[in-house]
Design a protein around this ligand. Structure first.
Ligand code: NAD
Length: 352
């Protein structure tokens, strides 16, 4: 018997394929923009400069100050640069940090956004913005935040270091695993989630062997698009709550924290969401948590929170924070069980 559901999709214009970044000027014009500000992190400033040159008179300048977790202070500086340049749109080239800055600008002035995505974090297809101010991270969803156009050019991801590719790919997979058991899941989102997990499973294994394999890079971007799409349409649960807690309050690195926690949160929910997780578990040898752990280990992914800089004495506080205002979760979020999950994830123990 088919369960009842509500299915909603976000508007999206996705341009996909090797070399598709050549279409950037046409996409800028298509949105009616005449002077776009190109955004990047300091590390990717050369990429932003290159796009500025490619855009010619359609570019208003480069702002290469994007930072992890979208600090409001950086956004304010970028807003001033946007106004000073007389810009009428943004092009964000990079991963979640740069995309977050573009979203933060659009949230404030509703400017059109084009994203040239170069990691697998998947923020480019969600209407979600997390911003930090005074050490606190606040997350909001709004239609204004969703980028109008996304260009996925696998050639731009060939240089993404293997370690970052793995962590970022597991970050994307985590969106899809939570979508499978989300309270508001629907058949289309579940199909997308499973397809995204499959694509990333194959792609990441190949990228470890051959980082410049363009076909594997294409498959990874395809998977991250699907995984992000479901994050943008259905809810998040315990896994994302734990990652937000550890990132926001203990400054743990975003993608790596997702990578370490995913097997443990999947194992936590494996009994309560057995039917929803069954097709995913089948891909990983029949066990949601243990299978994901073995897969992460085979890639050489980080496996222990202690290796990311979390002190054992902070586990109790992390558990306290994670059970405050919990997101809906298939299995009740109990402090003792969450504390045990964190202990295992801290030590890097394989979950059963
Ligand atoms: P990132 O954007 O911080 O990128 C990490 C570093 O890698 C940066 O220096 C970046 O310039 C560099 N880089 C990016 N692409 C590269 C490439 N192809 N080659 C070489 N270097 C490259 O990391 P991320 O994991 O993509 O994003 C993390 C941020 O995104 C966090 O702040 C997180 O909260 C946010 N995020 C938001 C959502 C959402 O839906 N709102 C979803 C996922 C992540």
């Amino acid at each position: 018997m088919m369960s009842s559901f509500i299915c909603m999709a976000n508007p999206a214009r996705i341009i996909f394929g090797p070399g598709c970044v050549a279409q950037l000027s046409a996409e800028v014009s298509r949105l009616g923009c005449k002077r776009v500000l190109v955004l990047a992190t300091p590390f990717q400033k050369p990429d932003a400069e290159q796009l500025k040159a490619q855009l010619g008179t359609l570019a208003a300048g480069v702002f290469a100050g994007a930072a992890m977790h979208t600090p409001v202070t950086v956004t304010e500086t970028a807003m001033a640069a946007f106004a000073a340049a007389g810009a009428d749109g943004v092009v964000s080239v990079g991963g979640g940090s740069t995309i977050g800055l573009g979203k933060a600008i659009a949230w404030r002035n509703d400017t059109p956004q084009i994203v040239v995505a170069t990691t697998y974090a998947s923020s480019e297809v969600t209407p979600i913005l997390g911003e930090t101010e005074g050490g606190l991270k606040t997350t909001r969803r709004d239609a204004r935040i969703l980028p109008e156009t996304v260009l996925y050019d696998p050639e731009l991801t060939v240089g993404l270091p293997v370690a970052m590719s793995i962590a970022s790919g597991l970050n994307a997979m985590a969106h899809a695993v939570e979508a499978l058991y989300a309270q508001d899941r629907n058949p289309i989102a579940s199909l997308q989630a499973l397809e995204g997990i499959k694509a990333l499973k194959t792609a990441l294994a190949r990228i470890v062997q051959a980082p410049a394999d363009l076909e594997a890079r294409s498959l990874a971007l395809y998977g991250s698009w699907l995984c992000g799409t479901v994050l943008g349409t259905v809810g998040m649960a315990l896994h994302h709550k734990l990652c937000h807690t550890l990132g926001g309050s203990f400054d743990l690195p975003h993608a790596e924290t997702h990578a370490v926690l995913l097997p443990h949160t999947a194992a936590y929910n494996a009994g309560a969401a057995a039917a929803a997780l069954a097709p995913m578990a089948a891909l990983f040898g029949g066990s949601a948590g243990g299978g994901l752990y073995d897969f992460a280990a085979s890639l050489g992914a980080p496996l222990a929170l202690r290796d990311l800089g979390l002190a054992e004495r902070d586990l109790g506080k992390a558990a306290d924070l994670a059970v405050q205002n919990p997101y809906w979760n298939p299995r009740p979020v109990e402090r003792g069980a969450v504390r045990a999950l964190l202990q295992n994830a801290w030590a890097g123990v394989r979950p059963e």
